[in-house]
Write a protein that binds this ligand. Structure first.
Ligand SMILES: [Zn+2]
Length: 88
């Protein structure tokens, strides 16, 4: 059938930045390169933005705050009640 071309897959709803045609963008499954079958526009895989690292840090900081009141776990354990009593 068709074996001379690399594996390509259409991206549903994708609009070509050059010819503005929709559903004409295919992605090469091997190289992640995008290509427009209508005008021949091709685009390499976009680099991952470094901003994501900052987002992770921020979310971690907020998650830390939530962890603080998690000391409630001690109240759920009847055994720790006597332990903390002896500790003081
Ligand atoms: Zn195009």
């Amino acid at each position: 059938m068709s074996g001379f071309q690399s594996r390509r897959r259409f991206i549903a709803g994708a609009v070509c930045p050059r010819c503005s045609e929709m559903d004409k963008i295919v992605v090469d499954l091997d190289s992640d390169q995008r290509e427009c079958v209508a005008c021949g526009f091709s685009e390499g895989r976009p680099e991952a933005p470094a901003v994501e690292e900052v987002k992770t840090r921020v979310s971690r900081a907020s998650a830390r705050r939530v962890e603080t009141p998690a000391q409630v776990v001690r109240l759920l354990d009847p055994g720790s009640n006597a332990a903390s009593d002896a500790d003081e």
